[in-house]
Design a binder for this molecule. Structure first.
Ligand code: SF4
Ligand code: SF4
Length: 292
């Protein structure tokens, strides 16, 4: 079984993969899990990969033909640079963290499941951190991992990360509900068979390294689609101190002539640093409505 998780930096996607891998290990399976981070930036797309098998796993590298794709941030489905659906084969399973069905153009027949695990994470842990939620969903979908192994894995992985016991317990409750919110999906109809081909990787030398000659080109990457939460400034409470302007890591807060801030929502990625730093608590936060 090959799993590919797509999410955003800060959602706990790498840990979701680790939870799945360790839970499978508890079941006596062979497991491989790893992640790639790209820009190493909160909100930036990240991908995690997990392979499970009852025999030693000889494949290495990225998973190009996943049997399961789990998408934690639905906006990634429409990001042409991420290619969430790439390589899905007929009979594969697509799980999307959304309470609504999202029309997805998919040339092959895949099994689509939509559930709002962010809503469950907010209920149990109060944050959009989805490691336990997405890990538990993947465990259940696999059809081979018990609830007990899932819970044990969540407990161990989050303890390794240094979480306090009460937060681990909340995540375990979240994992249990997420495990129960989906059904296992068998993969008997999958058309992809592993080839275990040895592929020669060509060394590209200098040609493999892109030249970034134009400065300030991040302005062209609209990061507004990364948001799960939206900062909303309350002018009645704001004293125009400018602290949000200074702290915003994306430089997307501007000040008007009187010094009052405004957010550029095309580029605000919803990290909420501004809301945390505002001394007047003048920045409220609301969940983005597009996917909830
Ligand atoms: S930090 Fe708060 S009070 Fe200061 S300018 Fe920003 S919104 Fe207004
Ligand atoms: S405006 Fe606030 S939420 Fe948006 S990117 Fe800047 S600090 Fe983060």
């Amino acid at each position: 079984m090959r799993f590919r998780f797509h999410g955003r930096g800060g959602q706990g996607i790498k840990t979701a993969g680790r939870i799945l891998g360790k839970a499978a290990f508890f079941e006596g399976l062979f497991a491989q899990d790893f992640a790639i981070y790209g820009a190493e930036r909160r909100g930036a797309p990240i991908t995690a990969f997990v392979r499970l098998s009852d025999a030693p796993i000889l494949e290495r590298g990225h998973i190009f033909n996943p049997s399961y794709v789990l998408v934690a941030a639905p906006s990634l489905l429409f990001d042409p640079t991420v290619k969430t659906l790439e390589g899905m084969v007929e009979g594969a399973v697509l799980f999307v963290n959304s309470s609504r069905e999202i029309p997805i153009l998919q040339p092959k027949k895949v099994h689509m499941i939509f559930r709002d695990v962010t809503g469950l994470a907010l209920k149990y842990v109060g944050k959009d951190i989805l490691s336990a939620a997405m890990g538990a969903v993947a465990c259940k979908l696999s059809g081979t991992i018990s609830l007990q192994s899932t819970v044990d894995s969540v407990g161990e992985e989050l303890a390794d990360l240094g979480l306090e016991p009460d937060m681990i317990e909340k995540n375990i409750q979240l994992a249990k509900e997420c495990y129960l919110c989906v059904e296992s999906v068998g993969l008997s109809g999958l058309s992809y068979k592993p080839s275990h081909k040895v592929v020669e990787v060509q060394y590209l030398g200098e040609k493999g390294i892109p030249d970034l000659l134009s400065v300030g080109n991040t302005a062209f990457r609209k990061t507004g689609s990364w948001r799960v939460f939206t900062p909303i400034i309350d002018r009645n409470l704001c004293t125009a101190c400018g602290i949000c302007y200074v702290y915003c890591p994306e430089s997307c807060v501007s000040l008007d002539e009187q010094g009052y801030p405004a957010v550029d929502y095309d580029n605000c990625k919803g990290c909420l640093v501004c809301a945390i730093e505002c001394p007047r608590k003048a920045i409220k936060t609301g969940r983005e409505s597009a996917w909830s």
